[in-house]
Design a protein around this ligand. Sequence first.
Ligand code: 1CP
Length: 365
Amino acid sequence: DTELCKDRDNFPPLKNDLILRAARGEYTEMIPVWAMRQAGRYLPEFREVRSKHEFFTLCRTPSLACEVTLQPIRRFNLDASIIFSDILVIPQALGMDVEMIPGKGPTFIRPLEHPKDLKELEHDVDVDDKLGYVYDAITLTRHKLEGRVPLIGFAGGPWTLMAYMIEGGGSQTMSKAKQWLYRYEDESHQLLRLLVDITVKFLVGQVKAGAQLLQVFESHAGYLGRDLFNKYSLQYLRDICKNVKRELVDAKIDPVPMIVFARGAHYALQELASTDYDVISVDWTIDPKEARNKIGGQSTIQGNLDPCALYANKAKKLIGKMIAEFGTQRYIANLGHGIYPNVEPSQLDCFVECVHAYSKNLNAT
Ligand code: 1CP
């Protein structure tokens, strides 16, 4: 495995490119499907591995990260895998300590309290060195996937990372982080720009290591209204995509499709569609038809079943309705946010099988 972690030249040929075709706007005979957080605690085999290792040890050990990435792929006919990691590895690379506290989630030991704390961050980190363990996990996983499905790399959106770095963990209101946006405008932009630069390097590095698609999770977009989003998120999300693609072209590497998930940003769908992202991922509160109208025909849409709809007795009906409304083309089926830990694995299986069967049928008629 230590050798495979570094072998970026001999990846097995890809056997299922449905999601890549959907992302590029090409015809798909059925709808590709995956689930955000598909590697996770709803799987007994994940809990088994997790019971023996601390969360960030899993992230930092390529063989373990690879194993849990593959777990959902072994069970279900998913059309993509996503590398097991976390968005908070970037704040860690900047020198912040983060621990995963059971029952509480990720927790920063010393969050940013005041703009003067920005000085404490490592401003010229060697991203490839600090986060090389993610690259190794990606390269190893590309080999172990044996070409079954493409591998997605990811990073958090800059505002979402900034929010965690200031709040120190999850928050109901984001009032501390938003205080920065209203009171310390210059320092907020300074921090966001730092995060953009690192994120671009990190995403480019993931593609070099073997990632075949990239997703940017701006999970906390919903705490910003239109004005704050336009000022503190949109331009940075746009820059990430533009710069990643440009750097890949400059390095003579084919750019990979990029997905943006700005959760809760109903107001920004049109603006997001005008960026270079190939796929706009929408959360479960957005009406499929409205999303199509706002996003238009030039972008692929990903989403957006309510994660709780998997509990429904009539889940198939809800999935059928979603597919009918989005249509079978320029579309990637997913949940509208991460899968919950108490979902039965059979319920995700039903989602995947249902999306495939219904969309094949729709395409045939
Ligand atoms: O103890 C555990 O096992 C922790 C559960 C867990 C898992 C499985 C966490 C803690 N992170 C992850 C993995 C993870 N995180 C992946 C893996 C790949 C996959 O999807 O299968 C990904 C893509 C993430 C990304 C992530 N981490 C996001 C963005 C997506 C989203 O859900 O909005 C966010 C916000 C985080 C932070 C985070 N990490 C973990 C938790 C519980 C949280 C949320 C904390 C909070 O806001 O309260």
